[in-house]
Design a protein around this ligand. Structure first.
Ligand SMILES: [Zn+2]
Length: 274
C-alpha cells in the first residue's frame, strides 16, 4: 500500500506563473488528497515587467510563486536562470535530472514542445531529453536514479501546428476554481501589471484591491470556462452527463516518452476523476 504523501506530482513550467495557470486546479485537488506537489519554474522571470527587472523582479516573482504555493500547501522552486536564456543543453539537462531525482515524481507535467515562447519550448525539450536518462544510474551518478518510471504529460495549449493538443484526461476543477484563482492572484506583477500592459489594457485594472481581485476572477473564470469547452468531449467521456455541464476544467495530454498511463496509473494519479 502506497502512502498518499509518497505519490508525488512535479509540474515543470518555464516561468513563475505557468504551473499555476495550467495545473493550479489539479494541484489543489492533489493537495486535498495529501499528495506531495512541487511547482518548478525553470527561469526566474527577471524580464517579465514593463517597469522593473533584473534581480528585484526575479526576487519578487520567486516570492509570488512561494505565496501561490502556500495558498494550497504545496512546494515551489524557481530556478535561477534568466528569462529568455534557458537552453536545452547538457548542463541544464543534468541540473534538471538531479532535481527530478531528488523529488522522485510519479507524474511530471510540462509544456508541449511547439510553442511561441523559447522558454516554454526548451523546458519541454529538456523534460523530453531527461525522460530516458532519469533512470540511467551512471548518468549524473552522484544523485541516485529511481527504479520507478514516471508518467509525463503536457499542459494544454491552443497551438495547432504541427498537431493540436489532444487531451488524454480532462479534470473538472469547478470545486477548486476559487483556490486556483487565489493562487494566480498571488502573481501580482503578472496578472495586474505585466500581462495587462502587454495586452494594452493596463488602464482597465482597478486600483482598489477588492475590485481588482473581482476583475481578475471574472477574467480567469472565462478562461477556464473556455478550457472546459475545448475538452468537452473528453469531459463527457470521463464524467458522463456531468461532464456536459461542468463549468471549469484542466486537461493534459500524455507524452509518449514517459511511462504508460495505464488504468491503474490513472486511478492513482487522478483519484478525483471517476
Ligand atoms: Zn510562460
Amino acid at each position: 500500500m502506497i502512502a498518499v504523501e509518497d505519490i508525488r506530482i512535479m509540474a515543470i513550467g518555464a516561468h513563475p506563473d505557468d504551473c499555476e495557470l495550467k495545473a493550479g486546479g489539479c494541484a489543489a485537488l492533489w493537495a486535498e488528497c495529501g499528495y506531495r506537489v512541487l511547482f518548478v519554474s525553470m527561469t526566474n522571470g527577471h524580464t517579465g515587467h514593463y517597469a522593473m527587472g533584473g534581480g528585484p523582479l526575479a526576487r519578487r516573482r520567486r516570492d509570488e510563486a512561494a505565496a501561490a504555493a502556500a495558498v494550497i500547501g504545496i512546494e515551489s522552486r524557481v530556478v535561477d536562470i534568466n528569462n529568455g536564456e534557458l537552453m536545452p543543453d547538457l548542463y541544464t539537462r543534468k541540473l534538471l535530472i538531479a532535481m527530478i531525482r531528488e523529488f522522485s515524481p510519479d507524474l511530471i507535467l510540462t509544456h508541449r514542445p511547439n510553442d511561441y515562447h523559447p522558454d516554454h519550448r526548451y523546458t519541454s525539450q529538456l523534460v523530453q531529453d531527461c525522460s530516458y536518462q532519469i533512470n540511467v544510474p551512471h548518468f549524473v551518478p552522484l544523485t541516485p536514479a529511481p527504479m520507478k518510471r514516471c508518467v509525463i504529460m503536457y499542459f494544454s495549449d491552443n497551438f495547432k501546428k504541427p498537431v493540436p493538443f489532444t487531451p488524454d484526461i480532462a479534470v473538472d476543477i469547478t470545486p477548486v476554481v476559487d483556490k486556483k484563482i487565489a493562487m494566480v492572484a498571488c502573481h501580482e506583477s503578472q496578472v495586474y501589471e505585466w500581462l495587462p500592459w502587454a495586452d494594452g489594457n493596463l488602464s482597465d485594472v482597478p486600483k482598489d484591491a477588492a475590485e481588482r481581485y473581482a476583475w481578475l476572477t471574472d477574467k480567469q473564470r472565462q478562461r477556464y470556462r473556455r478550457e472546459a469547452d475545448l475538452c468537452r468531449e473528453k469531459l463527457v467521456q470521463i464524467y458522463g452527463e456531468k461532464g456536459g455541464t461542468c463549468e471549469f476544467a484542466e486537461s493534459f495530454e500524455v507524452c509518449e516518452y514517459g511511462a504508460r498511463l495505464t488504468e491503474e496509473a490513472k486511478k492513482r494519479l487522478f483519484p478525483f476523476v471517476p
